[in-house]
Write a protein that binds this ligand. Structure first.
Ligand SMILES: [Zn+2]
Length: 209
């Protein structure tokens, strides 16, 4: 599996470029900004981007999606429960102090039971509301890897004080869905360092019973 992680934009959102070494098929997750750099990685590995997956509709994760769609022709996949947040991108841009990216449209919604693939590398979608209503995680079972968006961080969890956030729901998503994954699962959070489900289960203050 080709997997490059590029922190993008002023909030350093972890953008993942995942590709198949044989077929060169790829997906990009959370192309929030710095699309020229994302495309340079895509070209370096000679990849074909077939899907743009967005873990949730905060501007630092979705801001560059339309630019990447224009450059690659790949569809934008994002859970429909974040549609309200997508309509507020101008407001979100003002919060962060970045130029508004213009309207973003969803080509298809993803939720629990769906899967996405970059060639032979397949991820199940887990709907994990709480940070936002439409937050999703991608679980690559064969590779034991979770792309967690802003639901789970090393030593912390996503904030729930923004529109659409719910502390009760994020705890339910964490305890009910993410902690059901094996301890050895590598977690790539939406910001900051990688961790594992086992480390977070043992030490994350929000995950103690
Ligand atoms: Zn967020």
């Amino acid at each position: 599996m080709i997997h490059e992680i590029l922190p993008v934009g002023p909030l350093q959102c972890n953008c993942s470029i995942i590709g198949d070494e044989q077929s060169r098929e790829a997906m990009v997750i959370d192309s929030g900004d710095n699309i020229a750099d994302v495309l340079a990685i895509v070209q370096k590995h000679n990849l074909k981007v077939q899907q743009i997956v967005v873990t949730h509709a905060h501007i630092d994760h979705v801001g560059g999606a339309m630019k990447l769609r224009k450059a690659t022709g790949a569809p934008i996949l994002l859970n429909e429960n974040d549609t309200e947040l997508l309509k507020m991108l101008d407001t979100q841009a003002a919060w962060v102090g970045v130029p508004p990216p213009g309207p973003v449209t969803i080509d298809a919604s993803l939720t629990t039971g769906d899967s996405v693939a970059a060639g032979s590398h397949q991820a199940s979608i887990l709907h994990t509301p709480g940070h936002t209503e439409g937050s999703i995680c991608l679980y690559f079972a064969a590779e034991k890897k979770l792309i967690a968006g802003d639901t789970l961080f090393a030593g912390s969890i996503g904030r729930t004080d923004l529109p659409g956030g719910s502390f009760e729901k994020i705890l339910r998503s964490l305890h009910g869905t993410l902690l059901a994954l094996p301890d050895e699962t590598i977690v790539i959070p939406g910001h900051g360092e990688a961790t594992t489900i086992g480390d977070e289960r043992a030490t994350n203050p929000y995950l103690q019973k």
